[in-house]
Write a protein that binds this ligand. Structure first.
Ligand SMILES: Cc1cc2nc3c(=O)[nH]c(=O)nc-3n(C[C@H](O)[C@H](O)[C@H](O)COP(=O)(O)OP(=O)(O)OC[C@H]3O[C@@H](n4cnc5c(N)ncnc54)[C@H](O)[C@@H]3O)c2cc1C
Length: 324
């Protein structure tokens, strides 16, 4: 029987939903393996959030409160997390696969000479603990078992439900010295994004296109007319934005917008986990993809296997005809 340590993350002073999702994974593993769950909350003022987390986590919630932890700083975080590791002596350390998680998780693994598995979206705890991660653009799932301990694993935000349990955990403050003068990086500022032309988060109907469109002109020709016919707005997957076909405000996914429209149409989008976490909250999802095994069909309410360049214009025509 060992410990699992959940590293929580604060955003604007509140523990992120992703940390409660880590807790769900931690509890699933703990139940299967007879482990105990403990957690750590880092920040400037953390007492209230740590109490809230303890009420769902059970077990000890360690806190490290220090003004230098108000904004993310890798050196300060690693020092604070090391203190929690020394206290909990975990076999498994769970981190969210967020920009700060990408930064500190491998460093913690290196410090501890631990096994490291990144970007997981599931676990299988029925036998040896297996971490599941998507590879080759979502075409295959890799199942990874780590033979050594401890293990540091990062999990995709949105990969499971947030833990909603009621529990009676305890909060314990750790006294950690962090030498602000010795930090090799410093926080400069948070830059808020520019005001948006379109707010996808408020849209009731979104028609999104993916890499399969092949260019900005095809969005105008194929996707925009359908969005217009339905009274909706155009969204996109990340490669579309990376290629400069549409601005970032149109991107749906973990590094774009998280949307919850009544209707979401995904045309030529494979359904990578980073896209799915941004749109799986839609009430009705229509997926159009020529690959019957595309992962997008796993979350679709209605799936159409075929060529979007035939299906989308035909759909647009039918909707216009029905509207008269
Ligand atoms: C840290 C990180 C963050 C990320 N954040 C995001 C994010 O916020 N949002 C996001 O979307 N992605 C994000 N990604 C990228 C993500 O992993 C995928 O690479 C991306 O979502 C794939 O986009 P796609 O589905 O458009 O392209 P592809 O994966 O290339 O899929 C194209 C799909 O189109 C289908 N297709 C091809 N031709 C046709 C046709 N004629 N008709 C019908 N179907 C066709 C193919 O079968 C395929 O399924 C992120 C990745 C990382 C590592």
């Amino acid at each position: 029987m060992g410990n699992i340590l959940v590293i929580t993350e604060l955003q604007r002073g509140k523990i992120r939903e992703a940390s409660y999702e880590l807790l769900s994974f931690a509890k699933k593993i703990a139940a299967a393996k007879g482990h105990s769950v403990c957690s750590v909350v880092l920040g400037k003022d953390v007492a209230a959030e740590a109490e809230a987390f303890a009420k769902r986590s059970g077990g000890p919630v360690y806190t490290v409160a220090n003004p230098v932890l108000e904004n993310y700083n890798v050196d300060a975080y690693c020092t604070a997390i090391q203190a929690a590791v020394d206290k909990a002596k975990p076999e498994l350390i769970l981190v969210s696969h967020t920009p700060s998680g990408w930064d500190f998780a491998p460093r913690i693994a290196a410090r501890l000479d631990a096994g490291f598995v990144s970007d997981c979206f599931n676990i299988d705890a029925t036998g040896d603990l297996v971490f599941v991660r998507r590879v080759f653009g979502g075409k295959m799932d890799a199942r990874v078992a780590v033979k050594s301990t401890p293990v540091v694993a990062t999990f995709q935000p949105g990969a499971t439900e947030a833990c909603q349990d009621s529990a009676a955990g305890s909060v314990e403050a750790l006294d950690v010295a962090i030498d602000a003068g010795a930090l090799r990086t410093k926080f400069v500022e948070v830059k808020a994004p520019q005001a948006k032309g379109v707010d996808l988060t408020k849209a009731e109907i979104i028609v999104s296109g993916g890499r399969a469109l092949g260019g900005a002109d095809k969005f105008k020709e194929v996707i925009e007319p359908l969005a217009e016919a339905l009274g909706g707005v155009v969204g996109a997957s990340r490669p579309v934005v990376d290629a400069g076909w549409l601005p970032h405000e149109r991107q749906v996914g973990s590094t774009g917008q998280v949307v919850s429209p009544k209707l979401y149409i995904a045309a030529g989008i494979s359904g990578a986990i980073q896209h799915v976490v941004g749109m799986k909250g839609a009430q009705f999802i229509v997926a159009i993809n020529k690959d019957p095994d595309a992962p997008i069909f796993e979350v679709a309410s209605l799936g159409v296997v075929g060529d979007l360049f035939e299906i989308v214009p035909a759909l647009t025509k039918a909707i216009k005809a029905a509207k008269g």
